[in-house]
Design a protein around this ligand. Structure first.
Ligand code: PTT
Ligand code: SF4
Length: 608
C-alpha cells in the first residue's frame, strides 16, 4: 500500500501497553483517513452509551493520505472522541507539526484508551512509544506545557496539549498546538483530561512511500506556485479569516448580543482593518505558503493569535468592541485550552440572563472586566455561575429555566459558530445537520446564500448544503488537509484527486471521494442514532427558537426571522436526499448502498 503508512498506534493508558494495528487498502479506500478513520474506529470500538469520561472512550489523533506532504496547506490533524458536550460523535481539525511527524513516525493515527493513574504524556519517536510522567506539567497552561516539552525534545517534534480546562473536564475544552492552533470543539481536550493525558509529542524521520514520487513532488511544487499566483493570496496573508468580520457586518450576519442581532455598532473596530493596525506577526500551520494566523498585541501587551470566530464570539457576541481586549480573552482561552466559540456563547448567555434578571449577578454587555472574571470563574469552576456555564449553554438553560432554552444558542449541545441566521435558512440547515453539532466547518453555505443564493427555502439551498458537506465535511476532513486554499484563494479543486492518485496509485475521482464523504456522513449519523436511540428526533436537527421567534431589529436582516414550517420542509427534503427516513435515521437501503451493513441491526435495535 502506498500513500498511507497502513499502521495505527494503539495506546492503553490503564495497562501501559502499546500495540500496532495494521490496516489494508480496502479500509483505506473506503474511509480515506482523518474523519473517516476516526468515525469508523469509534463506531467499531465503543459500545452505545459509553461514558465519554470512561476508560472505554478513545482519543483518536488521525491524519489522511495527503497530510504532512510537501503541497499546499497539508499540516492538519483530526482529534476525535465521543463528545462529553453532546454525547455524540465529536472531532476537530488542528494545525500542528504532529501532522507531519506522525506520518514520518510511520503511523497514520494514534488511538488512546484507558485512564492513567497519574498525569502522563505520550512520546512517540518512530517505532518507540513511551508513556511518561506529566506531574511537572499538570496544572500548567498550554503555552508553558508546549514550551517545556520543546525544551526537552527540541524543534523537530509536534506537540498537542491540554490546559487546565481539559484537566477539569470542562466539556468544551479543546486541544492546543503551537500557541494558537486549537481543535476539538466538542470537548476532545476534556476527554484527554479524563485520561490524565496532558500531551502527545511526536517525532519521526521515516520517508512516506508514494506510488509516483516524481509526480507527487512536481504536483506539490506546482500547487505552491499556483497559490502564490492567485490574486487574493497577498491580502489573505495580511488579514486571514479576519476580513470576515467586515463581510458579516455588511451582510447582517455578525452575531451580536447572543445572536439577537446580526450587526454590531463597533463591528469595524474589531475587523480585519482594525486588526492590521495592531498586528505584530504572522503564524501558520506546517508546510503552508499562505499562512493566515494573525498575531496581535493584546490589552496586556502579550501576543495573541486571532481568527474570525474568536473575535466575533468574544467581541460582538458579548458586546465588546475593543480588539485588544478581545485578543486578551482569546489568549487566555488558548492558555486554558477552552473553545472560544462555546466560551463566547456561554458568556453572552449569562449577560442576557443578567439583563433579563434571571440570574442575580450583574454582568453587562461589553463589560470586559466582567467577561474576564467570568472566563476565570468558568475555567476554574470557582463560583456557582462559573460551574453552571462550564457545562455549556444547553445544560445552563436547564438550570436557568424561565424560557432561556429559546436563546441558548446551540444545536445538539454544541454552541453555534459565529454566523447569525435570522435571514439565512440554508446556513441554519447547515448548522442543524452538521456532523458534530452547530459548526460551520461542514457547510459554510452562508457566503453563497448571502450573495448568490437568494432568499427563501428552495431546493437549491438543500442541494448546496449537501454539496458543501460532501466537500468540506467529507473530502477535506478525510484527506485531512486545510480547505482554505480552495475556499479562500480559489485553488483548483482538481488538484486533490490528481495528487491523491500519484500518492496512492489508486484512481480516485471526485465522484469516488464524494462516495466516501456520503459513507462517512451516514456512519456518523448512525453513531448519533445509536447513542440517542428513541430520544432521537427531528428537533435535534433544528436550530434554537430565537431565530424562529424573534426577528432581527437592525441592519440588512432587519425584520427577518426563520419560518418553522419552511425550515421543516427543507429538513425533510434534506433527509430524503441523504437517504434517511422522516426522522433523519438512515434507511436500510442507504446503509447497504454505502457499504455499512453492520450498522443496520444496531440502528434497528436503537430505535425500536
Ligand atoms: C474550529 C474553530 C474555529 S474555526 C476557530 S477560528 W476559524 C476557533 N479557534 C479557536 C482558537 O484559536 N482558540 C480556542 N481556544 N478555541 C477556538 N475555537 C474555534 O475553533 C484554524 C483554521 C480556521 S480559523 C478555520 S475556520 C479553518 N478550519 C478548518 C477545518 O475545520 N477543516 C479543514 N480541513 N481546514 C480548516 N482550515 C482552517 O483552519 P475545530 P487551527 Mg481548528 C486559536 O478546530 O474544533 O475544528 O473548530 O485549527 O489550526 O486553529 O486553524 O475562523
Ligand atoms: Fe493553517 Fe491558514 Fe495555512 Fe490553512 S491557510 S494551513 S489555517 S495557516
Amino acid at each position: 500500500m502506498k500513500g498511507w503508512n497502513g499502521k495505527i498506534l494503539r495506546v492503553d493508558l490503564l495497562t501501559g501497553k502499546t500495540t500496532t494495528q495494521a490496516y489494508d487498502s480496502g479500509f483505506a479506500s473506503k474511509y480515506l483517513g482523518g474523519r473517516g478513520f476516526a468515525a469508523k474506529i469509534l463506531w467499531d470500538d465503543l459500545k452505545a452509551g459509553a461514558d465519554p469520561f470512561s476508560a472505554e472512550n478513545e482519543v483518536v489523533v488521525v491524519t489522511g493520505p495527503l497530510t504532512g506532504l510537501s503541497m499546499p496547506s497539508p499540516g492538519k490533524v483530526i482529534v476525535a472522541a465521543k463528545s462529553p458536550l453532546t454525547g455524540g460523535y465529536g472531532d476537530g481539525n488542528i494545525g500542528s507539526w504532529v501532522s507531519v511527524y506522525l506520518r514520518r513516525a510511520g503511523y497514520d493515527a494514534i488511538v488512546v484508551k484507558g485512564v492513567s493513574k497519574n498525569p502522563c504524556y505520550i512520546y512517540v519517536e518512530n517505532e518507540k512509544t513511551e508513556i511518561l510522567s506529566a506531574d511537572e506539567l499538570w496544572g500548567r497552561g498550554t503555552f508553558e506545557t508546549e514550551k517545556r516539552l520543546r525544551e526537552k525534545y527540541g524543534k523537530q517534534v509536534g506537540v498537542l496539549s491540554i490546559g487546565p480546562a481539559g484537566e477539569r473536564l470542562i466539556p468544551y475544552a479543546v486541544v492546543i498546538s503551537q500557541e494558537g492552533r486549537a481543535g476539538g470543539r466538542p470537548g476532545i481536550g476534556a476527554v484527554m483530561g479524563s485520561k490524565k493525558l496532558k500531551a502527545i509529542v511526536v517525532s519521526g524521520d521515516r520517508e512516506i512511500q508514494f506510488a509516483d514520487p516524481a509526480e507527487t513532488k512536481k504536483l506539490g511544487a506546482d500547487g505552491y506556485k499556483e497559490i502564490l499566483g492567485k490574486p487574493n493570496t497577498k491580502f489573505w496573508k495580511r488579514q486571514g479569516t479576519m476580513s470576515t468580520i467586515e463581510w458579516s457586518q455588511e451582510h447582517g450576519v455578525l452575531p451580536a448580543f447572543n445572536y439577537r442581532e446580526g450587526v454590531f455598532d463597533k463591528g469595524l473596530d474589531i475587523g480585519g482593518g482594525a486588526m492590521e493596525k495592531i498586528k505584530i506577526g504572522n503564524r501558520g500551520c506546517p508546510n503552508c505558503n499562505m499562512t493566515c494566523g494573525n498575531v496581535v498585541k493584546d490589552s496586556d501587551g502579550e501576543p495573541s493569535e486571532i481568527d474570525y470566530e474568536n473575535v466575533a464570539m468574544l467581541g460582538s457576541n458579548i458586546g465588546i468592541g475593543d480588539l485588544k481586549q478581545v485578543a486578551t480573552l482569546n489568549r487566555l482561552a488558548d492558555i486554558y485550552g477552552i473553545d472560544t466559540i462555546s466560551l463566547g456563547s456561554a458568556i453572552g448567555f449569562a449577560m442576557e440572563a443578567s439583563e433579563k434578571r434571571i440570574i442575580q449577578e450583574g454582568i453587562k454587555w461589553g463589560d470586559f472586566k466582567a467577561a474576564k472574571n467570568l472566563l476565570e470563574d468558568i475555567v476554574n469552576l470557582r463560583t456557582p455561575l462559573g460551574k453552571t456555564l462550564a457545562k455549556g449553554v444547553k445544560a445552563a438553560a436547564q438550570e436557568f429555566k424561565n424560557g432561556s432554552e429559546k436563546w441558548a444558542m446551540h444545536v445538539k449541545g454544541l454552541e453555534i459558530s459565529a454566523y447569525d441566521c435570522h435571514g439565512m435558512p440554508a446556513m441554519a440547515l447547515s448548522y442543524g445537520t452538521c456532523s458534530i453539532g452547530a459548526h460551520h466547518k461542514d457547510a459554510w453555505v452562508i457566503a453563497w446564500e448571502a450573495t448568490t443564493g437568494g432568499p427563501g427555502y428552495g431546493e437549491n439551498k438543500v442541494d448546496k448544503v449537501i454539496d458543501l458537506q460532501r466537500l468540506r465535511g467529507g473530502v477535506f476532513e478525510c484527506l485531512t488537509v486545510c480547505r482554505l486554499p480552495w475556499g479562500e484563494v480559489g485553488f483548483d479543486l482538481g488538484f486533490y484527486p490528481k495528487i491523491l492518485r500519484s500518492v496512492t496509485g489508486i484512481d480516485f475521482t471526485m465522484e469516488k471521494l464524494y462516495e466516501v464523504a456520503d459513507r462517512v456522513c451516514t456512519l456518523i449519523r448512525s453513531f448519533w442514532i445509536r447513542e440517542h436511540g428513541k430520544m432521537w428526533s427531528r428537533a435535534m436537527d433544528t436550530p434554537p427558537a430565537r431565530w424562529f421567534d424573534e426577528p432581527a431589529t437592525k441592519g440588512p436582516q432587519k425584520g427577518q426571522k426563520l419560518d418553522r414550517r419552511q425550515y421543516d420542509s427543507m429538513l425533510s427534503l434534506y433527509y430524503e436526499k441523504r437517504g434517511w427516513d422522516k426522522n433523519g435515521v438512515p434507511t436500510e437501503a442507504t446503509l447497504k448502498r454505502l457499504g455499512l451493513p453492520d450498522a443496520i441491526p444496531q440502528i434497528k435495535r436503537a430505535v425500536s
